[in-house]
Design a protein around this ligand. Structure first.
Ligand SMILES: Nc1ncnc2c1ncn2[C@@H]1O[C@H](COP(=O)(O)OP(=O)(O)OP(=O)(O)O)[C@@H](O)[C@H]1O
Ligand SMILES: [Mg+2]
Length: 254
């Protein structure tokens, strides 16, 4: 067992509890509520006995904290290609040292931003080629794709307003970008949602925190139920176990 809550699957002909670890990511524009909801979802799942690792990008490891500082610092006059490669270095280290080990030990991982942010920010925002970014994402992530992505969608002015209130100042390098940049990113998430409707769930993010939390938890519970009913679960393996790993690692490190 891996500490996850029992999920009734109806398989094996009895009431055998089925524990299914998930790789869950939260995505969306600045200030939409990702970090707030990551903590709340984690509290909900921990309350059910689930072992959770909550992490974030960039800067989800000790080593990459400095990459996060570089990327966030408004004084970093970063070339767009340098910015992209810093994010890729951050992800490679994060997947190798945090995400994969946690999934392989049966823990559920909640990650605050992941590869969809690369597509939205460096693709739709900065203009890097989308197909090439997908390749880079696969390389840096070792093909580790989220089971479920909650896209918290809110108006740009709402998100930026919240972020500004939170920071009490001009904010980080991304928050300082013009409105048009953030609109492109939001549109990017719209496109990603259309392209991956089986993985990405849109959550209404303009609502009050508690309403957003209810929607997030409903989506996570639905994701857990779907994972429990999947063929991997039927054969007695969770979504994050070695047996299901080929699905995640379809694009091994080159
Ligand atoms: N639904 C909400 N309604 C009002 N305020 C909110 C809501 N969700 C979060 N907040 C507040 O808005 C601010 C930004 O939220 P949070 O830090 O969770 O966003 P984020 O998406 O993680 O931002 P960033 O992209 O900058 O990391 C915080 O001060 C938080 O308390
Ligand atoms: Mg955050």
């Amino acid at each position: 067992m891996n500490g996850l809550p029992p999920v009734a699957s109806g398989s094996r002909g009895g009431n055998t509890p089925r524990a299914v670890p998930l790789f869950l990511t939260l995505e969306g524009i600045e200030g939409c509520g990702k970090s707030t909801q990551a903590a709340r979802i984690a509290a909900h799942l921990r309350g059910k006995g689930t072992e959770i690792v909550v992490t974030r990008e960039p800067g989800g490891t000790e080593v990459t904290a400095q990459i996060r500082s570089l990327l966030a610092d408004p004084r970093s006059n970063l070339d767009p290609s340098a910015e992209l490669l810093l994010f890729m270095a951050d992800r490679a280290q994060h997947v190798a040292s945090v995400i994969l080990p946690a999934l392989d030990s049966g823990k559920t991982v909640i990650c605050d931003r992941y590869s969809d942010s690369t597509m939205a920010y460096q693709g739709y925002g900065r203009g890097h080629d989308l197909a090439w970014l997908e390749e880079l994402n696969l390389f840096a992530s070792r093909g580790v794709v989220p089971d479920l992505t909650l896209w918290i969608d809110c108006e740009v002015r709402v998100g930026l307003g919240r972020a500004k209130t939170r920071s009490g100042g001009p904010g980080d390098r991304f928050e300082a970008e013009p409105l048009a940049f953030h609109e492109r990113i939001r549109n990017g998430f719209v496109a990603l949602h259309s392209a991956h409707p089986e993985r990405i769930v849109r959550i209404e993010g303009n609502a009050a925190e508690d309403a957003v939390t209810l929607a997030c938890i409903a989506a996570v519970e639905a994701g857990l139920a779907a994972a429990a009913a999947s063929p991997a679960a039927e054969s007695g393996t969770g979504a994050g176990t070695e047996s299901s790993a080929p699905a995640r690692r379809a694009h091994p490190r080159r």
